[in-house]
Design a protein around this ligand. Structure first.
Ligand code: FAD
Length: 379
């Protein structure tokens, strides 16, 4: 599909395909098996400028745009959802938040290290037991002189434990409820910040998820991102940007699964014919291909909106809604086509199924996508 990709975007896509074939594909099974952050592959992605691919050159980025980034995510996801997930948490959530809401000094201080891979970024929003700011472990930030003191717990933080920098959402004004949440840039080496545990997951297993504890962590007031109370707006925009990338992730995973099913369907003989000749199999493949095509168009379109500085929250919600529906159904159909073999760990479909479920759950937008889309319709 061309989608009027520029020559540069096509080269980036081709380069990402060659990169993943050479470095990511051989390690994908092992990454899934061990569930350990693949630092060597992240280092290789740094060499390719993937970590700051859409960020401005003045901060060490490649300035290639969000659509180019989405193309890279799609290619990586074809072979490893976990590696794509690492990049999304780093780029769409952590780096993007600073790029969009950081002061000039904060961008200068933090973006170069993120672009050059000196620090991997992570986004600490979710809290154990209840919605952020509502439960007994909520993270609070108390202002004391020129600093804030953070206490509480975050859970499910992707890249947790491997990251060098966290965007942490904490309540600066508990009386204001969700409107009292602020965002902070926190160095992973800050005293009092510890990884309580890594959380085992069914998929995206090399993208470590951690529970973090903040025990009187002192954060300079200069690391407040945006204004006090702006946390929800920052989280909403970053999560919308991440939804576009997660849509690209679902496209990549589903495309890989479909190609596997086509190959299998041509080879597998039943009743003296390849199973791909049966109408029931062709119907599943055709629906899969149509859905992947539509989702890909939606992803490229939303990424282009972001690149053009236009609003993209509605399109990101549409992607989230559609990707959630078609990603899992594609993988269930692929396993059906591949029969008992598809269900076995000898075939790649079972890993892709576990990964696509994670891609759809990874970062819920603050509101359900249906609510965002209907809200825009009814406004
Ligand atoms: C792979 C992965 C990576 C993640 N990475 C990160 C990360 O980097 N940083 C981070 O902060 N978090 C991360 N998360 C956490 C993720 O953002 C949360 O899991 C998500 O926000 C949902 O929150 P929850 O798990 O508490 O579910 P809940 O909000 O408790 O939802 C549980 C169920 O209840 C339903 N539900 C909830 N509210 C309503 C309602 N009002 N009406 C009807 N139904 C409702 C939901 O749809 C769902 O089915 C990650 C999660 C996964 C799976």
């Amino acid at each position: 599909m061309s989608y009027a990709l520029t020559e540069e975007q096509q080269l980036i896509q081709q380069n990402a395909r060659e990169f993943t074939a050479e470095y990511v594909a051989p390690a994908a099974g092992e990454i899934d098996h061990t569930g350990v952050h693949p630092a060597a592959i992240v280092a290789k992605m740094v060499e390719q400028d993937f970590l700051g691919i859409f960020l401005p050159g003045e901060f060490g980025g490649a300035e290639a745009g969000y659509l180019s980034y989405a193309l890279i995510i799609e290619e990586i996801s074809r072979v490893s959802g976990a590696v794509a997930s690492i990049l999304i948490s780093h780029a769409s959530l952590a780096a993007y938040s600073i790029y969009r809401y950081g002061s000039a000094a904060q961008k200068q201080a933090f973006l170069p290290a993120l672009c050059q891979g000196e620090k991997v970024g992570a986004f600490a929003f979710t809290e154990p037991g209840a919605a952020p700011g509502a439960g007994m472990h909520k993270v609070t930030a108390q202002k004391e002189g020129g600093s804030y003191v953070l206490n509480g717990r975050k859970c499910y933080v992707a890249n947790g434990g491997a990251a060098g920098l966290y965007i942490v959402f904490a309540q600066t004004n508990p009386e204001a409820g969700a409107q009292g949440i602020s965002a902070f840039i926190v160095d992973s080496g800050a005293s009092g910040l510890s990884t309580v545990r890594t959380i085992g997951k069914m998929g995206l297993r090399g993208c470590q998820s951690a529970e973090l504890e903040f025990n009187n962590v002192i954060v300079p007031a200069a690391n407040l991102l945006g204004a006090e109370g702006a946390g929800l707006a920052i989280a909403a925009e970053a999560q919308a940007a991440a939804s576009i990338a997660e849509g690209a992730m679902v496209v990549g995973i589903a495309q890989a699964a479909m190609e596997d099913a086509v190959k299998y369907g041509k080879q597998r003989i039943q009743f003296r014919r390849p199973i791909a000749s049966f109408p029931a199999i062709q119907t599943m493949l055709a629906e899969m291909a149509a859905n992947i095509h539509m989702l890909r168009l939606a992803v490229y379109d939303a990424a282009s909106l972001l690149d053009n500085g236009e609003p993209f929250a509605n399109e990101a919600a549409i992607i989230k809604l559609f990707a959630g529906r078609i990603g899992q159904s594609a993988l269930i159909d692929v396993i059906q086509i591949e029969g008992g073999y598809g269900y076995s760990q000898e075939m790649v479909a079972s890993r892709l199924y576990r990964d696509v479920k994670g891609a759809c759950l990874k970062n819920s937008s603050l509101d359900f996508p249906e609510k965002v889309i209907a809200g825009n319709l009814l406004a």
